[in-house]
Design a protein around this ligand. Structure first.
Ligand SMILES: Cc1cc2nc3c(=O)[nH]c(=O)nc-3n(C[C@H](O)[C@H](O)[C@H](O)COP(=O)(O)OP(=O)(O)OC[C@H]3O[C@@H](n4cnc5c(N)ncnc54)[C@H](O)[C@@H]3O)c2cc1C
Length: 529
């Protein structure tokens, strides 16, 4: 049989470590690399301009790289359901390949496409390459349950051995290119999508595999830094990022997580002394894996309701607070500077994410974590369904992390690493001339000082929306109440269920060391089996 393939790029926007693309190319006389741009998605999805720019740059880069093989990227417009039957016919396709995606909407989409392909007599081949491991295999190795703690994940992964080595790039890609390729299948511009380039922030992290691999290479050359990397010791408010900023490239799959992993291992192999998970650089990739594994089988992972691992909390519906947070107008300069950086540049440090997420939810404003997650989803270059929801649950002490009484101070936290407030002065220029003494608490500055600095609080910069010390106490009590309710409802269920089910960290029952209040989790585990 003459093999004619379509390789469907979705995430995994790269040529290196792309087993699905390799499979498409093997013995094929024609390979059509495609990316589907769904017009509905383009106008409705929560994607800010900076991420659109990143995606289009990534597609341009992919097209350029494919040109070196005398191939091209085909950007096809329409829904997968409309597009595929036509393409199968037009290109006489025999094989369709793509990378597995564990997000719920993707699972539904891919199942529908598979059945369309079957009807057209097209063979579908799928491969795992977005995560280090096959998430299903991790769950299987843990007795059929997702490991619900990092420690548990580490135990399971250590039994599974190192993640697969990245595969080589394709040797050849034979593509028959249509004469009207550019008009029919060219990569669109921002203007084509109705997006305004002028609304984008400075181009700090250009999209694409080439940029991603270059960034990875630059980081890996800093061998000492890689070996000494300890996440909690990196800083949220440095003017240049203190972590790798490989996240946007991992999100779109411009850089393979497995390539990243094995490059770090190479550095480690030449340096006996290096840090260890969870805080090491390799440990960061395991955090990614942790959330992916759980999200792959967890119902309603991006919601509070109907989400068995998430504590139910009576968050307020406070649009005024939410808007103040979103627009960087809470009156707390550290928080506001972070939100301005997020909106304009599309990337903020992990601990900066901690600060603003805690502030919005259990710390100060008592707004729903889903609202914060939605804002992050829009503005982050690296917005990732699994990591965003998982980390918001963590920070709001709704799942994974339970020490809700440990609240970040919006004043002290930033001061620790940036006493002079240079980060604040950069992102909130209206406070630029404020004396250091007041930069984290500008409302305490006497009027004369405010006048001299050219910034009147309440006029040129907002008054603080809440008094941290007061709301903190109140919120801890509300959180305690939510935990109490959770415990009560759990212990009701647990007497009936503990005989048959697993433990809170996902360990199969027979290995349980302590009892736990876990009826919700066990329900979830049961469903996911
Ligand atoms: C509220 C909140 C929301 C978040 N939303 C996202 C998101 O949508 N997309 C996203 O990629 N990350 C998210 N994170 C996780 C983390 O903040 C970022 O991955 C990290 O800051 C990216 O910067 P980096 O590439 O320099 O990280 P590095 O420290 O250099 O780490 C390397 C890679 O490890 C992974 N990683 C690091 N920390 C985490 C973590 N805590 N959880 C999962 N993976 C991690 C990322 O893929 C990252 O690129 C969120 C964190 C919080 C607190």
């Amino acid at each position: 049989m003459t093999k004619r393939s379509i390789h469907w790029f979705r995430k995994g926007l790269r040529l290196h470590d792309n087993p699905a693309l390799l499979a498409a190319c093997e013995n094929a006389v024609d390979v059509k690399p495609i990316f589907i741009l769904d017009p509905w998605f383009a106008s409705n999805a929560r994607v800010g301009v900076n991420r659109w720019r990143f995606l289009l740059q990534t597609l341009q880069n992919l097209d350029q790289s494919l040109k070196k093989y005398n191939s091209r990227l085909h950007v096809v417009r329409g829904t997968p359901g409309e597009v595929f039957p036509e393409l199968f016919k037009q290109w006489e396709t025999t094989h369709l390949t793509f990378e597995l995606d564990i997000e719920p909407y993707a699972k539904v989409r891919d199942a529908a496409v598979k059945s369309l392909a079957e009807k057209s007599g097209v063979e579908v081949m799928t491969f795992v390459s977005h995560t280090l491991y096959d998430t299903d295999k991790v769950i299987k190795a843990n007795g059929g349950n997702p490991p619900l703690t990092y420690q548990r994940l580490q135990t399971v992964l250590s039994k599974m051995g190192a993640p697969p080595k990245p595969v080589e790039g394709p040797r050849e890609i034979k593509t028959k290119i249509a004469a009207n390729h550019d008009t029919e299948y060219g990569v669109p511009t921002m203007a084509d999508l109705g997006k305004d380039d002028a609304e984008c922030g400075p181009l700090l992290f250009p999209g694409g595999e080439t940029e991603g691999l270059k960034r990875l290479d630059t980081m890996m050359k800093k061998t000492n830094w890689v070996c000494k990397f300890e996440k909690p010791k990196t800083e949220p408010n440095t003017l240049a990022p203190s972590t790798t900023v490989l996240s946007p490239y991992l999100k779109f799959g411009c850089v393979s997580a497995r390539t990243f992993y094995h490059e770090v291992q190479k550095v480690y192999s030449q340096n006996k002394n290096h840090t260890q998970p969870p805080t090491s650089l390799l440990g960061q990739l395991f955090w990614r894996e942790f959330y992916y594994v759980i999200a792959s089988v967890s119902p309603n992972f991006d919601k509070m309701e109907g989400n068995p691992i998430c504590t139910q909390v009576d968050w307020d519906d406070n649009t005024e607070y939410l808007n103040a947070w979103r627009e960087g107008k809470t009156g707390y300069p550290f928080i506001d500077a972070i939100m301005v950086q997020l909106k304009t540049e599309g990337w903020i440090h992990h601990l900066a994410r901690h600060a603003v997420a805690c502030f919005l939810t259990r710390g100060d404003l008592w707004c729903h974590w889903e609202e914060g997650m939605n804002v992050f989803e829009e503005w982050l270059l690296d917005a990732d369904w699994c990591l965003n929801a998982g980390n918001w649950m963590w920070l709001s002490a709704s799942a994974f992390f339970h020490q809700y009484f440990r609240v970040y101070s919006p004043i002290v936290f930033g001061k620790k690493t940036d006493k002079d407030g240079n980060y604040i002065r950069k992102y909130l220029p209206q406070l630029k001339n404020f004396p250091t003494q007041y930069i984290y608490e500008p409302w305490t500055a006497p009027l004369k000082v405010q006048e001299k600095a050219g910034c009147i609080i309440g006029k040129d910069y907002p008054k603080r929306v809440v008094e941290h010390d007061k709301v903190r106490e109140k919120n801890i009590k509300r959180m305690a109440e939510a935990y109490k309710k959770r415990k009560e409802s759990s212990s009701k269920g647990i007497t009936e269920k503990r005989k048959t089910e697993g433990s809170e960290d996902g360990t199969p029952k027979k290995k349980r060391k302590t009892g736990g209040n876990n009826s919700k989790i066990t329900d979830f585990v049961k469903k996911s089996k």
